[in-house]
Structures are given as C-alpha cells and as structure tokens.
Design a protein around this ligand. Structure first.
Ligand code: DAH
Length: 347
C-alpha cells in the first residue's frame, strides 16, 4: 500500500513539473534565484530526494523515475533561460565594456597631401608663405594677365573647362592664376608658394586626368636674377630627392616667363646611370620655371623697371610618382583603401 508520504511526494513532483514548464527570468538575478529555489542543496528538488530515501523499494522505483525527470527538466529549463538571457542582455545593455580594446586604424594622409606638404615645407625654409586662390576663375587671371595671346592654344575649348558656355567663367588650368591674384593686391617683396587643384579637358588614362594638382612658386623683389632661381631650384631638388641629386635646365617657352626653362633632375631611381624609368637618359623632367615676364608684372600693377622675379610650377602627381613610383595617375582619385594604406607611415 502506498503511504501518505508517497502521495504527497507525487503531487509535489507533478506541481513542480508544471511550474518548471512556465519558469521565466527577466535578468541574471532572477535566474539565480530560480536555480537556488529548485536546484541548490536546500532547494525543492534536493528536499524531495531527502524524502525519497525514506521510501520503500516499490515506491522508490516509481518516484525515482519521475523525480529524476523533474531534476533533468529543471536543469534544462534553467540552462535554456540562461542562454536566452545572455543573448538579450548583450543586445539591450549596449557594448560589452569588459571586452579588451582592439587597435583602431588611424586614417592616412593622401600621398598627394604628403608630397604637397613636403614641397611647401621646403619652400617655407626659404621664406615662402602659402597663398591660395579660387578654382573657378576668369580669363584675366588664368590667361590674359599672364601674357597669353588671344589666340593662344591653351585657351582652346579642348583644354579648358568653361562654365555655362561663358568664355569668362572657367576652371583654372594652372595655379599660375594665384600669382596674378597676389601681385594685384601686394607690392614686392613677394615670396609665395601656391598649392592647388587644376582642371584640363583631357581624356582620362594612366598618364592624364581631367583634374590634377600643382604647386606654383613666385618671388618678386629688387634685383632678383636667374642665379637666384637656379639656387632655389637646386636647394629644392636636394631637399626633396636627396643631397646627391643634380639638376639641369633646358631652354623652354611659357608666355608668362622670359627666359623660360624646364628643369630635369638626375634620375632618382638609377642615380643618373640610365634605367627604364628615365628612358635610359639619366634625367627626369620635374618642373617649368623662368624669370617673370615684365609684361606680367606691369599687368598686375608692379613696376617692371624696379622689380624682377622668378616663378616656377610643378605637378604634384609628377613629384609623387617620382618619389613613390606610382605609374597610374588614376590611383590618386579612386579612394582604394589598399593603395592609401601604403602611406600609413608617411606624414
Ligand atoms: N603654369 C605652367 C603649367 O601649368 C607651369 C609653370 C611653368 C609655372 C613655368 C610657372 C613657370 O610659374 O614659370 O604648365
């Protein structure tokens, strides 16, 4: 015959089995309270196991089975609640502040900015200060003031981007326009370096783009001579490309300088011995320069009888290509992170 104790136990186990089915915990504390209530040494199920020891053989067999069932079910339920509370906890309570820090990648300077800064710093050491001008310009500042004849091919539609068909509103094709803007407002001594973006209507390829960057330098004072220009150029070349660098000047023509020259440096890859990069000549061209044409000074309100000066202009892409051997100009404007990351150590 089954004892009263046996019946009480069966009822208790049945009650607990249905309770366990509906257990809920809103957070970790509530969950721990449930674990203590049911599964700890003094919890409901342990107490039932204590009573279980006093039962006789048949009763033990019957109760043992469902009591074990209750224990397993309760453990499984509490584990299930634990798993789901871990998931929701991390979603609701924001970032896990106990996680170890991971390195945050710093952005990098664009190679053109790195080289532009370096050029400006070198000229700053010679006393040049930075001047900037607008990218949307007029004919006077880009062409007429700089002695371009009315029929000069550089004004041609094929080169210049005009805005709204207006021949007097255009995107500057060179930073020489900043020379004019500064000379119109300032009397010598003038010693400026003008970095900036310029635009030309060119088909985009690995060696040409419809926009690129230039740095222009201008020095106007009394008695400025070609020797001063040459000295500044040599200083720049050695600072930029190393003290072994040699320069050579070839006669050239620009409307705004007379005489004009183009400067080559000894190839910085082969040291002047000749290699595919310098087409086996030992020299690579880097900039245009010359003595400011007296007409330009007069156009800008500076007395060419008293003052003289030199100017030079270079493409930043060209210098960057020489420094870092970047063969395809398009890489500069594609924002490809794999390309830009290579300049992490440059500043
Ligand atoms: N403005 C010229 C160009 O875009 C570059 C240049 C050549 C600038 C000679 C100068 C210079 O100041 O003297 O091609």
């Amino acid at each position: 015959m089954q004892t009263g104790n046996f019946t009480i136990m069966i009822n208790k186990i049945k009650q607990l089995l249905s309770e366990v089915d509906n257990l809920k915990a809103a957070n970790a504390e509530e969950l721990e309270a449930l674990r203590i209530k049911y599964l700890s040494k003094k919890g409901e199920i342990s107490r039932l196991f204590d009573d279980f020891r006093n039962l006789d053989g048949d009763e033990k067999r019957e109760i043992g089975k469902i009591l074990n069932e209750l224990k397993d079910k309760t453990r499984a339920k509490i584990n299930e609640l634990k798993d789901s509370s871990e998931n929701t906890d991390s979603k609701e309570s924001g970032p896990d502040l106990t996680r170890t820090a991971y390195p945050i990648p710093f952005g990098t300077r664009h190679p053109l900015s790195v080289v532009k800064n370096e050029i400006c710093e070198i000229f700053a050491r010679l006393g040049f200060s930075i001047a900037e001008g607008p990218e949307i310009e007029d004919d006077w500042h880009v062409f007429s003031s700089l002695n371009f004849a009315d029929d000069h091919p550089a004004r041609d539609m094929q080169d210049t981007f005009f805005i709204q068909q207006n021949p007097d509103v255009l995107l500057r094709t060179h930073t020489s326009s900043v020379q004019t803007r500064v000379m119109e407002k300032t009397q010598p001594p003038i010693r400026i370096i003008c970095p900036g973006r310029v635009y030309r209507n060119e088909a985009i390829s690995y060696r040409a783009h419809c926009f690129f960057h230039q740095v222009e330098a201008l020095y106007i004072d009394k008695d400025v001579s070609f020797a001063d220009l040459k000295q500044a150029l040599l200083f720049f070349a050695k600072e930029m490309f190393g003290t072994d660098t040699k320069i050579r000047l070839r006669p050239s023509y620009f409307p705004f300088t007379e005489p004009s020259a183009e400067m080559d440096i000894s190839c910085n890859l082969c040291g002047g011995k000749g290699c595919p990069f310098c087409k086996h000549t030992g020299w690579v061209e880097i900039l245009g320069c010359g003595m400011v044409d007296p007409n330009v000074l007069d156009n800008c309100g500076i007395d060419s009888e008293i003052y003289s000066g030199y100017a030079l202009g270079m493409g930043i892409e060209r210098i960057t290509n020489l420094k870092y051997q970047i063969k395809d100009l398009r890489l500069f404007s594609e924002n490809d992170i794999r390309f830009l990351r290579q300049f992490e150590s440059a500043y």
